[in-house]
Design a protein around this ligand. Structure first.
Ligand SMILES: Nc1nc2c(ncn2[C@@H]2O[C@H](COP(=O)(O)OP(=O)(O)O)[C@@H](O)[C@H]2O)c(=O)[nH]1
Ligand SMILES: [Mg+2]
Length: 367
C-alpha cells in the first residue's frame, strides 16, 4: 500500500494531526494485507460514490479505498548529522511514497517553538535543508563505492556514477533532487537502469510533497498573503490549510454537528478529508469500483492503468486470465438506477485488454 509520511519540526502539530487521522482509521479486518504499528494509520479516501452505489446495489458491505499515513518523528535541525532520532528517522521516511510537510503557523505561548518563535519561512528552510543533507549523504555513500563496481565490470555502474555525480553537484548547492532531475535530459532519466536505480535510492527530495499549514484559517491566510518566500517555497506543490486541533475536535462530533461546525468555519470539507484526497491524487492514484449485493468496493490503481492491470488490484488471476470487461461509469449506473436498466439503455460497454480505465468506472471482469 502507498504511504504518506508526516514530517516537520517538533511541536508543529504532527502527532495531533496523526491522532485526528487515526480516529478515522478503517476496520482493519477488511484489509488483510495491512500490518498495524503505532505510528501508522490507515484511513478511508472519502468518496460519496461508494455510498450511493452501495445503496443502489443494497450491498451488505462497503469498502472504501485507503491510504496509509505514518507519523515520522525525529526531524530536527542537525538530523542529517544524527541529531534527534537521526538514522531511525531516515529509515522511516525512506519507505514512504510521498511527504506531508507540516509547517506551524499557529501562535500559542503554551507550546514551545524549537527556534523560540513562530517562523514558517525559517522552518521550511530548516526542513528542506535537512532533507537535502540526508540525500547528499545517501548519494555520496553510493558514489564512494561506485568505482569499485566499475572496475569489477558492472555494466550499469558508469551510468549510475554519472547520475550520482550530477545529483551530488546539485545537492551540494542545496538544490533538492527533483530540481536536479527536472533539469536532466529526459533521454538519460528514461533509461530503464536509471529509473530503477533512482527508485532504489529513494531520495527524500525527489518524493512528491504536500505542504500542510497548521493554524487557524485567519492566521494562515494572513501569513500566506504577507509571505512571498513562503509562496515561492511551496510553488506548484499541493498545499492544505488546516488546524490540527480543530480537526481533532471535529472527530468528537456527530456527523450532523460536524457539518454545522464546518459551515460556521466557512468550510465544505474537513482539512483531513482534503488532505486524504490530495494525498491520493498526489500519489497519482485513481479509483475503479465493483458493486453487487455482497459488497460495493473502491479499488486503487495507478492513473493510466489498463483493464487487466486494474484487475490485478482484485486478484492476479483477473490480470492473467483477462478476456474482457464490462464497464459503465459510476454516474451512468446511478442515473440508470439499476444494472438491468443500464443494460437495456445500452450503457454497458464491453472493453478489451487495451482499455485505459477511467476514474469512477464500474468494472465487471470476465475471465
Ligand atoms: N493552539 C494550537 N495548538 C496546537 C495546534 N496543533 C497542535 N497544537 C498543540 O501543539 C502541541 C504539540 O503538538 P504535537 O502534535 O504533539 O506536535 P509534534 O511534535 O509535531 O508531533 C500540542 O500541545 C498540541 O495540542 C493548533 O493548530 N493550534
Ligand atoms: Mg509528535
Amino acid at each position: 500500500m502507498l504511504a504518506i509520511g508526516i514530517v516537520g519540526l517538533p511541536n508543529v502539530g504532527k502527532s495531533t494531526l496523526f491522532r485526528a487521522l487515526t480516529k478515522k482509521q478503517v476496520e482493519i479486518a477488511n484489509y488483510p494485507f495491512v500490518t498495524i504499528e503505532p505510528n501508522v494509520g490507515i484511513v478511508e479516501v472519502p468518496d460519496g460514490r461508494v455510498d450511493r452505489l452501495a445503496e443502489l446495489s443494497r450491498s451488505k458491505k462497503k469498502i472504501h479505498a485507503v491510504v496509509e499515513f505514518v507519523d515520522i518523528a525525529g526531524l530536527v535541525k542537525g538530523a542529517a548529522q544524527g541529531e534527534g532520532l537521526g538514522n531511525k528517522f531516515l529509515s522511516h521516511i525512506k519507505e514512504v511514497d510521498a511527504i506531508a510537510e507540516v509547517i506551524r503557523i499557529f501562535e500559542d505561548p503554551n507550546v514551545i517553538h524549537t527556534q523560540n518563535r513562530v517562523n514558517p519561512e525559517e522552518d521550511l528552510k530548516v526542513i528542506e535543508l535537512e532533507l537535502v543533507l540526508k540525500d547528499l549523504e545517501t548519494a555520496t555513500k553510493r558514489f564512494e563505492g561506485i568505482d569499485k563496481l566499475i572496475r569489477g565490470g558492472d555494466k550499469i555502474a558508469p551510468l549510475q556514477k554519472e547520475l550520482l555525480s550530477r545529483l551530488k553537484l546539485g545537492l551540494e548547492k542545496e538544490e533538492p533532487a527533483n530540481t536536479v532531475l527536472e533539469r536532466e535530459q529526459k533521454e538519460f532519466l528514461d533509461k530503464k537502469e536509471i529509473a530503477v536505480f533512482l527508485n532504489e535510492l529513494s531520495l527524500l527530495t525527489a518524493k512528491k510533497k504536500i505542504f500542510v499549514f497548521n493554524g487557524s484559517e485567519k492566521q494562515v491566510a494572513e501569513h500566506w498573503q504577507s509571505s512571498g518566500p513562503l509562496k515561492n517555497a511551496v510553488a506548484d506543490a499541493e498545499r492544505i490549510l488546516l488546524s490540527a486541533t480543530v480537526e481533532d475536535e471535529l472527530n468528537l462530533l456527530a456527523p450532523e454537528e460536524r457539518k454545522e461546525y464546518l459551515k460556521t468555519l466557512g468550510l465544505e470539507e474537513s482539512g483531513l478529508d482534503r488532505l486524504i484526497k490530495t494525498a491520493y491524487k498526489t500519489l497519482n492514484l485513481m479509483t475503479f469500483l465493483t458493486t453487487g449485493e455482497d459488497e460495493t468496493r473502491a479499488w486503487t490503481i495507478p492513473v493510466g492503468s489498463t483493464a487487466p492491470r486494474a484487475g490485478r488490484a482484485i486478484h492476479s488471476d483477473f490480470e492473467e486470465k483477462f478476456i474482457r470487461a464490462e464497464v459503465i461509469p459510476c454516474d451512468k449506473l446511478i442515473e440508470a438506477g439499476s444494472y438491468a436498466k443500464a443494460r437495456e439503455l445500452g450503457w454497458l460497454r464491453t472493453e478489451g485488454k487495451e482499455y485505459i480505465v477511467k476514474d469512477g468506472d464500474i468494472i465487471e471482469f470476465k475471465i
